[in-house]
Design a protein around this ligand. Sequence first.
Ligand SMILES: Nc1ncnc2c1ncn2[C@@H]1O[C@H](COP(=O)(O)OP(=O)(O)OP(=O)(O)O)[C@@H](O)[C@H]1O
Length: 313
Amino acid sequence: MTNVIEADGLHRTYSGGFEAVGGISFTVPRGEVFALLGTNGAGKTSTVELLEGLAAPTRGTVRVLGHDPYRERAAVRPRIGMMLQEGGFPSDLTATETARMWAGCTTGARPVAEALATVGLTHRAGVRVKQLSGGERRRLDLALALIGRPEVLFLDEPTTGLDAEGRRDTWELVRRLRDGGTTVLLTTHYLEEAESLADRLAIMHRGRIVTAGTPAEVTAARPARIRFRLPEGVPAGRLPLGLKAAADGPRVEIRTYELQNALGELLHWAAAEDVRLDGLDARSASLEEAFLEIASRAESFDATDRAALEEVR
Ligand SMILES: Nc1ncnc2c1ncn2[C@@H]1O[C@H](COP(=O)(O)OP(=O)(O)OP(=O)(O)O)[C@@H](O)[C@H]1O
């Protein structure tokens, strides 16, 4: 079996009738890091909970390691690790005691000291949970998710609250786990995290997947941009027409799918006209730009918002 996670036409409607997940499908092969991205309230956590078997889908099917994670929980649970958004440990236990308690409920658990060392918490092992910082608690969450040597690891915003070093350490750890064959599904708000870690990703908006693919595929469909300032007395109208420049006073922005050609044409023109391009900056589309564009596009097509605006007017 190559696909460790299979979601097919998943829907999740909460008891009040609100549909948080509106029919999504994707697969994750063994050994891949798959990221679910999305605007706030897009339905990422609601989806991950279905994959973890914490709730049953209203419609559609989920398979994790070939089983229904909700109905066949006993078959799936020992083989997966979960890091929820909020851990919720007894605050009076130390990090070691918490991990020991967790290990006691886990078959084939790693030694507690090893789990804490893996996430860089050895020096805080004897500290009570309530005295740990938010970032240290996040690391403890991760240590517990890893304690059963899971084949599939679900990480719901694993680096929220971590400092830059903690985030890098976590990324390193996720890469090591992936290299060791662990399949990882993570949700994140940090686009650079998805860009750097994910083999493939899906961007969700209002319960649906708006785009999916490798980070390179998702960004390749967006234009690169070139920015610079023109000197006084050189209007943007003098720029070669083919560059399709948009100007705000001396500030100019060019959006292009042919970055090398456009940049070449611009530099050739600047040299020939003896024009200095201050603050020249050229870059391919980043995942962040793709995300913002998708979010704003989806927003502008959203019928509910449009209807609400009409009503206000
Ligand atoms: N128990 C619940 N009952 C009703 N609605 C809920 C419940 N839990 C979540 N929702 C709603 O479902 C939608 C999706 O929430 P979810 O937590 O899955 O989003 P998310 O993408 O993880 O968001 P965030 O990035 O803000 O964490 C939200 O509009 C949320 O208010």
